[in-house]
Design a protein around this ligand. Structure first.
Ligand code: ZN
Length: 98
């Protein structure tokens, strides 16, 4: 992942709240998650990065957010509420996932 400053900036943008479980965590409990995984072409832009707690990050693993959220309605609603800086096309993919 990028520099500590950049990580901090992404976490601040999200108010230190995990976009998947909607809990606020201390910074050391948070990671920066790629909505669209690197291996699937996702980049390091702010539109592809969200705050994610360690537990949610383990559960999501290498999945794209829309694949992870397709079977998790609560987390999906949290994501749509809290991941406000996500690129529109990624947000649409989450909205349309079933
Ligand atoms: Zn979480």
């Amino acid at each position: 992942m990028a520099s500590p400053d950049r990580k901090r900036k992404i976490l601040e943008l999200h108010g230190f709240r995990c976009v998947y479980c909607a809990e606020v965590w201390p910074p050391e409990e948070l990671t920066v998650d790629h909505v669209e995984p690197r291996v699937k072409g996702g980049d390091h832009s702010e539109g592809n990065l969200v705050a994610c707690c360690a537990a949610c990050n383990r559960e999501k693993a290498g999945l794209a957010a829309w694949s992870f959220l397709a079977s998790r309605p609560v987390q999906r609603a949290n994501f749509l509420l809290h991941a406000r800086w996500v690129w529109p096309r990624l947000r649409r993919a989450v909205e349309e996932a079933v």
